[in-house]
Design a protein around this ligand. Structure first.
Ligand SMILES: *Cc1c(COP(=O)(O)O)cnc(C)c1O
Length: 417
């Protein structure tokens, strides 16, 4: 019988067998303090959100001011300066053409909105039957229904929900010009039923930290354009400096039709997401017919506290050398992880921006690995067959070296066990 005295149900967790979670009581910079007084150097930045480190005073002050003035107000029929300002700033920072910003409260919902935008765009234009999506194996786009349907259907974590989800067209990411022609054929075969193509630019995050070169991304963009298919770029993981540029699409010179943001949008302080569309997409909803409007509107849409945090986070990107810091982290990760690539049990070591990945030949005992990292005073969360680091872009050299030392140590221990 399961216990009845503990009401918390935890994320992605087998409640029967998982080790109990550690209790965190404080964060600061790149450190997490536990209830028992231990301090961990954070290698994950809380699921890639805390790009400026924890408790950045500039963000904290902005949120505190907003809390005094107006913590929340409904977004139907009302607007407010934090949202107006944030929409303008995002449109100015994103690749040219992405000018229409729709706020929601989580990455999965930003993806849902992107999918709805694409489907309804075709309906509004009077084109019937375009309700499916072309997605890529190894992809991860979130945990809600539409988002789950465009994740990897076989290796992804939602495979038990198969019969419940809409069936999409799932392809391999091309690795060469020859493979790109296979994708060309698939697009040609399905174009009449496809609403859009969805991709995580440059790196598939939660699906296994798989990377592809900018040329591949540019080729996917070219093929989609050739077949008249809108492209949705899910930059929820890659946005805000993680891959070394502010947005990953920039590296391929790609302007998607729809782009999703969340994770680091508020600098890791608050739930907020955005789906940003080009004028061409927006135009399909511009009508005298109320039924042609985009039918979405979360209760906490454009929450003023979250928008204030996001504006403060953008101030930091403007005023502090975050992209240079990402570049410096990339160099240190490459140097620090390189020795592991020679080990027989290691399949691959790869780095892109502030993302460093070690992939094992065989999936390791994840619970044991997680425990070893904590024993070394670090917070690192391996999954599948990989150990990875995605630290805050502001992490100090000593803390980063501690993380690298800890990864090298744990990988060695794992392979010699
Ligand atoms: C995390 C993530 C999502 C889902 O975001 P949530 O805020 O967890 O719903 C979607 N797409 C990508 C690429 C992500 O990394």
């Amino acid at each position: 019988m399961p216990p009845h005295d503990h009401p918390l149900w935890r994320p992605y967790t087998q409640m029967k067998t998982a080790a109990p979670p550690l209790e965190a009581v404080r964060t600061q910079g790149s450190r997490i303090t536990l209830a028992d007084g231990r301090e961990l150097v954070d290698g994950i930045a809380s699921w890639w959100t805390a790009v400026h480190g924890y408790n950045h005073p500039h963000i904290a002050a902005a949120v505190a001011r907003q809390l005094e003035a107006m913590p929340h107000v409904m977004f139907g029929g009302l607007t407010h300066a934090p949202a107006e300002q944030l929409a303008r700033r995002l449109a100015a920072l994103l690749p040219k053409g992405l000018d229409h910003v729709f706020f929601t409260d989580s990455g999965s919902v930003a993806v849902e909105v992107a999918l709805k935008m694409a489907v309804q765009m075709w309906r509004n234009r009077g084109v019937a039957g375009r309700t499916r999506f072309l997605a890529f194996r190894g992809g991860y786009h979130g945990d809600t229904m539409g988002a789950m349907s465009v994740c990897d259907p076989d290796e992804g974590m939602h495979r038990r929900l198969g019969g419940y989800l809409p069936r999409q067209i799932v392809c391999d990411l091309p690795r060469s010009p020859a493979e790109a022609s296979a994708l060309d054929g698939t697009m040609a075969a399905h174009r009449e039923t496809l609403a859009a193509v969805i991709v995580e630019p440059l790196v598939q995050g939660a699906g296994g930290m798989r990377m592809h070169p900018p040329e591949t991304l540019a080729e996917i963009g070219r093929l989609a354009r050739r077949h008249g298919l809108p492209l949705i770029a899910d930059e929820i993981f890659t946005g805000f400096g993680r891959t070394g540029s502010l947005f990953a699409c920039e590296q391929a010179g790609l302007v998607p039709d729809i782009l999703c943001l969340s994770k680091a949008l508020t600098g890791g302080t608050m739930a907020l997401a955005a789906t940003v569309a080009t004028g061409e997409v927006f135009e399909a909803f511009w009508s005298d017919d109320p039924g042609a409007a985009l039918m979405h509107g979360p209760t906490f849409m454009a929450n003023p506290l979250a928008c204030a945090a996001a504006n403060a986070s953008l101030d930091l990107f403007a005023g502090e050398p975050r992209l240079d810091q990402a570049g410096a982290i990339a160099a240190r990760l490459a140097e620090g992880l390189a020795p592991l690539s020679r080990l027989p049990g290691v399949r691959d070591v790869r780095v892109l921006g502030a993302i460093g990945v070690v992939q094992f030949v065989r999936p390791p005992d994840l619970a044991a690995l997680k425990q070893r990292f904590v024993e070394r005073g670090t917070w690192v969360r391996p999954f599948g067959d990989i150990v990875y680091l995605t630290p805050a872009l502001t992490i100090g050299t000593l803390d980063l070296d501690h993380l690298l030392e800890s990864v090298r140590g744990v990988v060695h221990e794992t392979l010699s066990a």
